[in-house]
Structure formats: C-alpha cells, structure tokens
Design a protein around this ligand. Structure first.
Ligand SMILES: [Zn+2]
Length: 155
C-alpha cells in the first residue's frame, strides 16, 4: 500500500505529462497579417515577410489583438546561401520593420531574436523561409498553418 501522499504526487506527474502532450499537438496559430506566429504563449510575435522582402515583426496579446511595440529589441540573421545577413529593425506603423530586405531567394533559415527590453534575455525563434504559397491555407509556406509541428511540410 502506497502512502496517500505519493499517490497524489504521481497523479500530478501524469497530469503534467498530458498537459505537455496537448501543447505539442496544438495547431499553429494563423498570423493575423498572414505571417508566422513564432511564439506559443502571449505576448505573441508574428514574423512576416512583406512583398518587398523586408521582415515585419508584430506583437499581439493572448487574444491576438495587436500590441504596439514598446521597447522590444529585435534582430534577425538570415542564413542565406549567399552568406549570412544581419537585419536590424525600426518601428513603423505599429510593427517593427527591417531596415534592409532579406537576401535573394528562399529555402534558408532565419533566426529571429527578440528581447522584451534592453535588459531582457534574448529569445531566439527559427523560421525556415520558403516563399511559395501553400495551396491549402493560402499562407506563404514558411507561415503554413496546415501542419501540426510546422516546417515539415512539402507540397
Ligand atoms: Zn498550408
């Protein structure tokens, strides 16, 4: 016979495992602007490549209502075949927009680094940049929301 205390402890462990599994199975959140939501928890961060190939980073609360950038520091490194390119960002129209466009082509990785403020620890988000549009969800492939895990899509 187990003491009651350890049974309760075991039950909590099982609950925690179920919660983790549920979080992993969650569908990608569609970006309100058609980009990729890189975060799993709010405040959410959307990564969007504009038609002119600049990167637009937008912030949202838990209900995906837009939040104006307030002191976040965002940088990105595009690991293009032609070489790495560092992007810096300026506030524009309620988002942060890269001051230079992405390198030519696609099929490369972009590492987005977000600091909530100058003193905060940086959070890195990796995006596999594919520019073609997904036939199912009509998002660009890098922002496709059809796939559970994201990034393992091939059309
Ligand atoms: Zn899709």
């Amino acid at each position: 016979m187990y003491p009651m205390k350890s049974i309760r402890h075991l039950a909590l462990l099982v609950l925690a495992a179920v919660a983790t599994a549920t979080a992993f199975a969650a569908k990608p959140i569609p970006g309100p602007k058609g980009g990729k939501i890189v975060t799993t928890d709010s405040p959410h961060v959307e990564f969007l490549v504009a038609p002119d190939h600049t990167v637009v980073v937008s912030f949202y609360d838990k209900d995906l209502k837009p939040v104006a950038p307030g002191g976040q520091i965002v940088t990105a490194v595009a690991e293009a075949k032609t070489g790495k390119a560092n992007l810096s960002f300026n506030a524009k129209d309620g988002s942060l927009v890269s001051t230079t466009p992405l390198p030519e082509g696609d099929g490369y990785r972009i590492v987005l680094q977000v600091r909530d403020n100058a003193g905060a620890k940086p959070k890195n988000y990796r995006v596999e940049f594919h520019d073609e549009v997904c036939g199912e969800c009509k998002h660009a492939e890098y922002a496709c929301v059809c796939d559970e895990a994201g990034g393992k899509h091939d059309h």
